[in-house]
Design a protein around this ligand. Structure first.
Ligand SMILES: [Zn+2]
Length: 271
């Protein structure tokens, strides 16, 4: 599943090239997760002013309203001057005078939704529950700690819920908790201020490293045919069950929390 770093790298891959382009046509294939919410021909002639990201949504600001794009479980976007004829898994072509933005999404959990404004009900239905962005100035350690103090669920599940801070998916939650030395099962409200500060720094570090590494492997990511492989993050714990911890040598353990596998070092990560 594309996570925040993949979505951010996708944004960076075409944002500058499409900014200012004039929409000629929006062609939709098989139904995606939600209906578009506007007649496609209403978009013709509008400019794509800029491409922003909010959580795992890409926001294409138009002259009137915005398009919200989500990659779902298996989606990828590619912007190119010329695209080959759409294949059976290509469900959106946004044709502009600069090129065509294509959504390839074999499992069709992705979304292309138009909304009249970011604060509109249509957009807030998708964006309204999202927590702060981890990679801009709005993510602050003190506020993060205060928010954790209101939650009795395990810290791993609180991070995955995304309503305190967005974009900390399964891989990045495991890795950040390892870096901060926090056991994933610990109740969020049991985390002290210094440990919350370490976790705050670890979240920023692991996500920004993934964006940087994604930038260097961008071609592989966007050209992947139906594959949405993660960036080649040098994982400390994720996917390493039974292998020695890179810090202390203890075998890495895995457990299931909320139907997602969590990886941790029982020695380095404390309750
Ligand atoms: Zn260890």
């Amino acid at each position: 599943m594309p996570e925040l770093p993949e979505v951010e790298v996708t944004r960076q891959s075409f944002a500058n090239r499409i900014a200012g382009a004039v929409i000629r046509e929006l062609r939709l294939g098989k139904p995606l997760r939600w209906p578009l919410g506007v007649a496609p021909q209403n978009l013709c002639g509008q400019h794509v002013l800029r491409v922003r990201r909010r959580g795992k949504y890409l926001l294409l600001d138009l002259d009137e309203g915005l398009l919200l794009l989500h990659l779902g479980m298996s989606g990828s976007l590619n912007f190119a001057p010329q695209q080959p004829a759409p294949g059976s898994h290509d469900h959106m072509d946004l044709l502009t005078d600069r090129g065509t933005l294509r959504l390839h999404d074999p499992r069709r959990f992705g979304a292309v939704v138009w909304a009249p404004a970011e604060h509109s009900a249509q957009a807030q239905k998708l964006l309204g529950h999202l927590g702060v962005e981890p990679l801009d100035g709005g993510f602050e350690a003190g506020a993060f700690h205060q928010a954790l103090r209101q939650r009795s669920a395990s810290i791993k599940q609180v991070l995955l819920a995304g309503d305190i801070v967005v974009g900390v998916g399964n891989i990045y939650a495991s890795e950040a908790l390892f870096m901060a030395g926090i056991r994933p099962t610990l109740a969020a409200n049991k985390i002290s201020r210094p440990r919350a500060e370490r976790l705050h720094a670890a979240i920023i570090d692991v996500l920004s490293r993934a964006v940087r590494q994604g930038g260097s492997s961008l071609r592989d990511f966007v050209s992947a045919e139906g594959k949405t492989g993660y960036f080649q993050l040098e994982a400390a714990v994720y996917g390493r069950t039974g292998q020695p911890c890179r810090v202390c040598g203890t075998p890495i353990r895995s457990i299931v929390q909320g139907q997602r596998t969590t990886f941790y070092c029982p020695t380095c990560q404390k309750n």
